[in-house]
Ligand binder design. Structure first.
Ligand code: SF4
Length: 136
């Protein structure tokens, strides 16, 4: 059977975003084209609530956060690095359980964003594990 692909839950229309809204993306749904998929939200998997304060990476990108060279801070200055790293690890654990090789991830997110140099924490860990990422 075909291995599923990971998908950022908010791209499917699930209201997992920091502001409690979704970013349903029809191009992403088209790309899934009937193949099995596993919705994930790395920030929720890291234990963060929804809604939650917006966050961004300070001093680098997701790879730097994983290497403790940069931090994730929310708009109140709270350090969320540990939760983001935990969410990334949980996401990778699920991907490995399902032998996932492809992830369709939301762009412009401190977790799921995948464009260098702004790659997010979960996207960075998946990329380090050799999982291909397509950004939506
Ligand atoms: Fe969507 Fe990823 Fe943000 Fe969760 S962490 S709301 S899946 S972009």
């Amino acid at each position: 059977t075909q291995a599923p692909c990971l998908v950022s839950a908010c791209l499917l229309g699930l209201c997992t975003r920091y502001d409690g809204r979704c970013k349903r993306n029809d191009a992403c749904l088209d790309a899934l084209a009937g193949r099995p998929y596993l919705p994930i939200c790395p920030e929720q998997l890291g234990g963060l609530p929804t809604p939650r304060p917006a966050a961004s990476i300070l001093g680098g990108n997701g790879h730097d956060v994983l290497a403790a060279r940069a931090r994730v801070l929310d708009i109140h200055g709270r350090d969320l690095s540990a939760a983001f790293i935990q969410g990334a690890r949980m996401t990778l654990a699920l991907a490995r359980m399902q032998r996932i090789e492809l992830a369709l991830l939301k762009a412009d997110s401190p977790s799921c964003g995948s464009e260098a140099p702004g790659i997010g924490v979960a996207a960075a860990l998946l990329a380090q594990a050799g999982i291909r990422i397509i950004s939506f």
